[in-house]
Design a protein around this ligand. Structure first.
Ligand SMILES: Nc1ncnc2c1ncn2[C@@H]1O[C@H](COP(=O)(O)OP(=O)(O)OP(=O)(O)O)[C@@H](O)[C@H]1O
Length: 246
């Protein structure tokens, strides 16, 4: 797997006093956050604190009510709708809890489509898709439709799709939330491997095990703001996990 190497500087994502209102609800309240190249950041917090809203803003799926979001050197607020659509296809990859695969396309086409949408030829897209499926251990499932894959296999296909365009940033929303614990651990291993070869990750989760295993920094949100941040050092996390399971 060859991750995208960001040449625009150390900071890949910068949110500067970002607010989002939905009617009377203030989902994000002047939130500021930076993610540096190669970091793996996990965002946690109680239901309704704004985690998905944050992810959707960074993914360019929705626009803030106030504040600025810069990703990979681009101010998302300055992009037109077309520009934002291109950004979503090229610069970010997304992994979802329920995979979001297209039911009537085989695994290979689900993955290849992501590149074809950015103008890559069908032949090239299929070649890269097959390489990725191979690296993720599901090449033998390439002709299977999503309904005939296990949850873990579907998520591997989902990860392959997210990586197709070598995104500067990989976003994951409860990536193991719909998986049994064994497949969940395998997807966590995959995320760790990707981060170790330089992929920048932003993960939203309720699962402290996922957060502490995969991330180097934990951001805890409350009421649309960052309530607490801590750097996770491997040795402390491993000791805490051991103590918890003892
Ligand atoms: N499209 C929307 N329209 C109206 N309100 C919304 C919308 N999206 C989110 N909200 C509200 O914004 C707040 C933050 O929601 P968000 O989904 O970001 O929280 P969350 O931390 O991801 O929650 P969960 O952990 O339950 O997924 C909530 O009060 C929610 O009801």
């Amino acid at each position: 797997m060859t991750p995208h190497h960001d040449s625009a500087g150390r900071v890949v994502v910068r949110l500067d006093r970002v607010s989002k209102e939905y009617g009377d609800t203030l989902a994000l309240d002047a939130l500021s956050l930076e993610i540096r190249r190669g970091e793996a950041v996990a965002v946690m917090g109680p239901s309704g604190c704004g985690k998905s809203t944050l992810l959707n803003m960074v993914a360019g799926l929705d626009r803030p009510s106030a504040g600025t979001i810069t990703v990979h050197g681009q101010d998302l607020g300055s992009l037109t709708e077309t520009g934002l659509a291109l950004y979503r296809r090229r610069d970010v990859g997304m992994i979802f809890q329920f995979f979001n695969l297209i039911d009537d396309l085989p695994a290979l086409d689900n993955v290849a489509l992501a590149a074809q949408l950015t103008g890559t030829s069908a032949r090239q897209a299929r070649r890269r898709a097959l390489e990725l499926l191979d690296e993720l251990g599901v090449a033998d499932r390439r002709n299977n439709y999503p309904a005939t894959l296990s949850g873990g296999e579907r998520q591997r296909v989902g990860v392959a799709r997210a990586l197709m365009n070598r995104p500067a940033l990989l976003l994951a929303d409860e990536p193991t939330g719909a998986l049994d614990s064994r497949s969940g651990e395998q997807v966590m291993d995959l995320l760790i491997d990707l981060n170790q070869i330089g992929q920048t990750l932003l993960i939203v989760t309720h699962d402290p095990h996922l957060a502490t295993r995969c991330a180097g920094r934990l951001v805890e949100m409350a009421d649309g703001r960052v309530a607490r941040e801590r750097t996770l050092d491997r040795e402390t996390v491993d000791r805490e996990n051991l103590e918890r399971s003892a």
